[in-house]
Design a protein around this ligand. Structure first.
Ligand code: PLP
Length: 434
């Protein structure tokens, strides 16, 4: 469920009209519903029930401090992929002792920073990384808690850019080499084996790949448990969300290639993973990103021009691929709806495009959307995950502002960048100011 609804043909986030926010803060503007974030966290937490578990929110999905603070207040841990994300978590009051550090390319500085901060576990992706963490830990006279990331070689049936658990992906260590890697870890005096980890991909919309992956690593987890004082198994994130038809149908139905099928519910997900994990009797870590924040956000944009070309009609909006790159990068689909609905208005097949000088700068191609006029406001739905966190200033476009809504209240949680922000880190600018 999410908290975006029409009230008298006006799209609202919880009880706040999006038109009012666009008028106060300008566009493009990200708006998030705090209720949706906390509701999704609690639903997952509740569905896991008695299973000993810890939800470690994947910070990269949306790393605004206010979002991190919301989740920290729910008791969430955090899955981080860089020193910068750890810094954000701690600035937001998150507990580093509930942080897991993932990623194939951790630098020595990042490792030292994480170790110094007291993170819960390094999720290690290669033998070389084990040696580096061991070295850093020994220079600091510490023991680094580690888990190894297993690549279970299952197909998550998702876009190839966000599949991570197949043998051809750069992530993790294959099952046939993992025991050797654990032996190496056990032999290094700066390391302390704490768990095992996997993450098979993102935007996974069926329970089956999760069940397969758990079934595949279970015997290994049992074997490891007999040899090492294992505390946890992390099964990663990847729970898919509804992008198509989410506004009309709540979260009940997936629209996929014109063919309706049921969404992956949180209960189905838990049903697929929990029974075997319960028998394993380890603490279970989950690392959802998109599931917690994806449907909690929209990107508001204003129509600048309507351009009727020979073959197509282009709706040119003031948000671009620098603000939301998912369509260009992953063929990501975002529903596009008017912020103020005109009763009885028709539809039109159009391309919705941004102002950036790239042909990949589009939000929809040949899509039937409600008829719009220049000056109208549109909402790109389900933009809470991998939206702002992937935004850039390409074309020297200042980063958009972000607003967090809670009931009838709202708060600016990131101001819009200005032109001075764009050049602030450039040395020539510093010299000019000095
Ligand atoms: C990106 C990532 C996640 C989160 O993925 P979602 O699809 O957003 O749930 C979890 N764990 C790891 C290791 C990741 O890299």
């Amino acid at each position: 469920m999410h908290s975006f609804h029409y009230q008298n043909n006006q799209l609202a986030c919880e009880s706040v009209r999006l038109q009012d926010l666009a008028e106060s803060y300008g566009t493009p503007l990200y708006v998030y519903s705090s209720h949706t974030v906390t509701d999704h966290f609690r639903r997952l937490d509740r569905a896991l029930g008695e299973l000993a578990h810890e939800i470690c929110y994947a910070v990269k999905a949306n790393s605004n401090l206010a979002v991190l603070r919301l989740l920290a207040a729910q008791g969430s841990g955090f899955d981080i992929v860089s020193g910068g994300e750890l810094y954000r978590v701690m600035q937001a009051g998150g507990d580093p002792g509930k942080c897991t550090f993932a990623g194939v390319g951790k630098t020595q500085d990042e490792i030292a920073y994480a170790l110094h901060s007291g993170i819960y576990s390094f999720n290690v992706e290669s033998e070389s990384e084990l040696r580096t963490i061991d070295n850093v830990a020994r220079t600091m006279d510490r023991k680094a808690p580690v888990a190894l990331r297993i690549n279970p070689d299952v197909d998550p049936h998702t876009h190839h850019y966000i599949s991570t658990g197949k043998s051809e992906n750069k992530f993790g260590i294959s099952i046939d080499r993992i025991m050797e890697a654990y032996d190496l870890a056990a032999s290094l005096p700066g390391l302390e084996i704490r768990g095992l980890q996997m993450h098979i991909g993102s935007q996974i919309t069926e329970a089956e790949p999760f069940a397969q992956a758990v079934a595949k690593v279970l015997p290994l987890a049992e074997a490891l448990k007999r040899r090492f004082p294992l505390e946890f198994i992390s099964i990663g994130g990847g729970i898919g969300i509804v992008y198509r038809g989410s506004l009309e149908s709540g979260d009940a139905v997936w629209w996929h290639e014109g063919e309706a099928r049921h969404a992956l519910t949180i209960e189905q997900y838990v049903q697929a993973i929990a029974p075997p994990l319960r028998r394993l009797n380890l603490r279970v870590l989950l690392e959802p990103g998109r599931f917690l924040v994806g449907n909690a956000g929209v990107l508001l944009t204003r129509v600048l021009y309507i351009k009727r070309a020979l073959e197509k009609t282009f709706v040119i909006v003031d948000a671009g691929m620098n603000d939301l790159i998912r369509p260009a990068l992953y063929d990501g689909y975002h529903e596009i709806v008017p912020v103020c609905r005109q009763p009885g208005a028709g539809t039109e097949v159009v391309d919705v495009v941004g102002p950036v000088c790239e042909s990949g700068d589009f939000f929809a191609q040949s899509r039937e959307v409600a008829q719009v006029a220049e000056g109208d406001l549109l909402a790109l739905m389900s933009a809470g995950a991998y939206g702002f966190s992937m935004a850039s200033t390409y074309n020297s476009r200042p980063l958009p502002a972000e607003v967090l809504v809670s009931g009838a209240e709202h708060r600016l949680i990131r101001r819009r960048q200005n032109y001075a922000d764009l050049i602030a880190a450039e040395l020539e600018a510093e010299e000019v100011e000095a």
